[in-house]
Design a protein around this ligand. Structure first.
Ligand SMILES: Nc1ncnc2c1ncn2[C@@H]1O[C@H](COP(=O)(O)OP(=O)(O)O)[C@@H](O)[C@H]1O
Ligand SMILES: [Mg+2]
Length: 343
């Protein structure tokens, strides 16, 4: 009897893992600096369910880009991943594969646009040449087909494809480069796509149309997308799930609709209040108080949000709240979330 139940539990666990395109556990990343290590990502567990969009939100400096790089095992010096595992489709651990296997996965299975899209383009080669380079690096046989697909994507993203392919990056505007970055993340037909602040250089209207195109492509190809942004307003319409990130830790997570309708963490509440589009009242919109996390915040002992928290108590300064379930898969890390908020 007990044997059967063990097997069942194991199977359920395996099933859940297989529904995850990415299942990252206990990710820790530090940056070595002259004044000591900055723990930029701490004990983070994150799942990206297959065929869905997850929004990763937090102010600048909170560790979002570092987390994404860690998931791809692409953290560079002075950063170092000190622990963790990242299962891809319930199988390979990205943090343990050989660097050649990782290189193949990055691009072909995981497409990505790093935050500074202009920095990941080669200034000395035309965009078309760079697509060919990418194709060759990933042993694509039909390079003509690859270029045609790149053109299709560029046109869909609202660009003059022939002109873009013949251009160097300095001939493109910031917004055009971001769209080119999105094309690069999709052109090898990766199933998992990381987009890090990929629409921030676009004006509001272009941003809305690019987000709509990302949504369409996600549905057509059943992509798994992690969309990183400092703007919770962008995620509201785009993502099924949301992860709120503060000073290297997830402080709240859940279904986007639930988190936005019923935020629990004072930080999430502050982010929402600052955006009239979500709070629904322009007069009531107020910017989040205090300054965004810096290297000192990461080293605090107690709750990392302590300095800025409107509902803090003395004990919040001494110990750190864990991410706990409040309601099904809605989780929050806050000592002050009342007993009524928990099931
Ligand atoms: N190259 C670096 N050297 C030292 N510290 C860094 C470096 N890059 C990032 N950090 C630290 O890690 C924190 C998180 O950075 P980052 O992941 O870029 O945040 P985000 O993407 O949320 O803006 C920063 O606040 C900073 O303290
Ligand atoms: Mg960033």
């Amino acid at each position: 009897m007990s044997d059967t139940s063990t097997v069942n539990t194991e199977n359920t666990f395996k099933d859940q893992e297989q529904k995850m395109a990415i299942s990252a556990r206990n990710i820790n990343v530090v940056y070595a600096t002259p004044t000591g290590d900055i723990p930029a990502v701490r004990n983070v567990d994150i799942d990206l369910p297959k065929g869905s969009i997850t929004g990763i939100i937090g102010e600048s400096g909170s560790g979002k880009s570092t987390l994404i790089m860690a998931i791809m095992n692409a953290v560079t010096k002075p950063g170092k991943i000190t622990s963790g595992s990242v299962l891809l489709n319930g199988e390979n651990d990205m943090l343990k594969l050989s660097s050649e296997k990782q290189r193949k996965i990055r691009g072909k299975e995981i497409g990505f646009v790093f935050q500074a899209a202009q920095n990941s383009l080669n200034p000395l080669r035309r965009i078309g040449q760079q697509i060919l380079d990418l194709g060759r690096a990933h042993e694509v046989n039909d390079l003509r087909k690859l270029i045609n697909y790149a053109k299709k994507l560029l046109i869909r993203l609202g660009l003059d494809a022939d002109r873009v392919l013949a251009s160097y990056q300095h001939e493109l505007s910031g917004g055009m480069r971001q769209r080119v970055g999105i094309m690069f993340s999709l052109v090898l037909n990766a199933n998992i796509v990381f987009l890090d602040e990929s629409t921030t250089a676009l004006d509001m209207l272009s941003q809305a149309s690019v987000l709509e195109i990302i949504r369409e492509l996600q549905r057509e190809k059943n992509l798994t997308i992690a969309f990183v942004s400092h703007d919770i307003g962008v995620i509201a319409d785009l993502s099924e799930r949301i992860e709120i990130f503060y000073a290297g830790e997830i402080v709240e997570e859940g279904k986007t609709s639930e988190v936005l309708a019923c935020p629990k963490h004072p930080y999430t509440k502050g982010l929402i209040k600052a955006i009239p589009k979500i709070s629904g009242d322009i007069d009531a919109a107020e910017p989040l108080k205090g300054s965004s996390p810096d290297y000192r915040t990461f080293k605090q002992k107690g709750c990392l949000f302590y300095d800025r928290c409107p509902i803090r108590t003395d004990s919040c300064r001494d110990s750190r709240p864990e991410l706990n379930i409040t309601n099904r898969d809605h989780k929050v890390a806050c000592f002050r979330v009342g007993a009524n908020d928990r099931d």
